[in-house]
Write a protein that binds this ligand. Structure first.
Ligand code: PMP
Length: 386
């Protein structure tokens, strides 16, 4: 029997064969002409995927947390005021990170599964002048999506830089940097961008670059300092040689392949496909009688779903059974409710068949735990909604 257990966690995800093939190619020098071409093309494609034609892309070896560091280290100076729109674990992380660079951080929070309203955020922005606000587009710990369009408009109104943690959203959720007034969007390779873990990706719009250039103190993180990476990004884009830190050569090739596939699909079609996958997943989960962490359907992300366990059933019992039935899912992450829910990723290369197989595996797992439900109801509802 082939080992084809689906990896349906919210990152890393299943990757396209052509992307994986790029990783297996013999590594060249980081200044080989074919690598320079691929890196340059990847940077050009980043602008298109982030929908930010005049943005400055950065591709740096590291995980998503480094992408957050690239934003925080370069845009915060000691004493700057920052506002975190907090919808979970990764909002907490951004707050702690900004404080490390000397920011005075305020938070607008909501109970777990909720999100701060636009009015609450507007009130916070009115009270104080913030240099920067962070928004987690999809907080992977809760599966809650924020209204980036509405929040970014508020940031623009108040002259506050808008930084979006799009680690669980970019290339899956609708995100239009330029049109919506987002100044920085960042992600990691292993999510909807569709490349194995190892790349921190960020696009900075003109206002963010101006704020960076206007700093009066040096960037307090050597590896993350944009002034060291900018000449490198410029060099690759102009198909010239540059060196600061050795790029992750094969990952950059893989990134270029994946970005090409994303653009071939088209951003609008990609947003719609993720919405369809999420509709189908929610329908299946609801038909099985399971609740979800987001407290309103409109708060639920399209790249992942966060179902609650039924009464009396927990991770240790259910998740291994689901894996045995063909799909690897993730347990809870948010410290307040960690034991109460699990997480399904459906982004990037995921297809409707993967969601159907996942709901089928969940049914098998639930049945194994002795949960009473109508067998097949989840799969039928998923198929009907997809
Ligand atoms: N932000 C969000 C929303 C995430 O989901 C993650 C990773 N799950 C991160 C930041 C951090 O990314 P990484 O684990 O790649 O450092």
């Amino acid at each position: 029997m082939k080992d084809r257990t689906l990896l349906m966690i919210p990152g890393p995800i299943e990757f396209e064969p052509a992307v994986l093939a790029a990783l297996a190619a013999p590594t060249t020098s980081h200044i080989a002409p074919n690598f320079i071409e691929a890196f340059g093309q990847a940077l050009e494609r980043m602008r298109q995927v982030f929908l930010c034609p005049d943005g400055q892309p950065f591709v740096v070896a590291g995980s998503g947390t480094l992408a957050m560091d690239l934003a925080g280290a370069n845009l915060i100076e000691p004493g700057d005021k920052a506002l975190v729109v907090n919808t979970g674990y990764f909002g907490d992380r951004f707050g702690a990170l900004l404080e490390r660079y000397g920011a005075e951080v305020s938070q607008v929070r909501a109970p777990v599964g909720g999100r701060p309203s636009l009015d609450e955020v507007a009130a916070a922005l009115q009270q104080e002048k913030f240099k920067l606000m962070t928004i987690t587009h999809v907080d992977t710990s809760t599966g809650v999506i924020t209204d980036v369009k509405g929040l970014a408009a508020l940031g623009q109104q108040h002259g506050t830089l808008v930084v979006v943690d799009g680690v669980c959203s970019v290339a899956g959720e609708e995100l239009r940097m330029t049109d919506w007034g987002v100044d920085v969007a960042l992600t990691a390779s292993q999510k909807a961008i569709g490349v194995p873990p190892g790349l921190a990706l960020l696009v900075a719009g003109p206002r963010a670059m101006d704020a960076f250039r206007g700093r009066s103190t040096p960037v307090r993180n050597f590896y993350a300092d944009w002034s060291l990476w900018l000449p490198i990004m410029d060099a690759y884009e102009s198909r010239a040689i540059g060196y600061f830190g050795t790029p992750a050569v094969n990952l950059v090739w893989a990134l270029n392949v994946s970005l090409g596939q994303i653009l071939d699909e088209g951003m609008e079609a990609r947003f719609e496909r993720h919405q369809a996958l999420s509709r189908a997943c929610h329908a299946g989960i609801a038909a099985l009688g399971l609740g979800e962490v987001p407290v309103e359907p409109g708060f639920a992300a399209h790249t992942m779903t966060a179902p609650r366990y039924p009464e009396g059933i927990g991770a240790a019992d259910l998740l291994p059974r689901i894996t045995a039935a063909g799909a690897i899912l993730a347990g809870g992450l948010h410290p307040e409710i960690r034991a109460e829910y699990f997480r399904i990723g459906h982004m990037g290369a995921a297809r409707m068949g993967d969601v159907l197989a996942t709901i089928g595996a969940i049914e098998t797992g639930l049945a194994g735990c002795g949960y009473e439900f109508e067998r097949g109801a989840g799969v039928a509802a998923t198929a009907a909604a997809g």
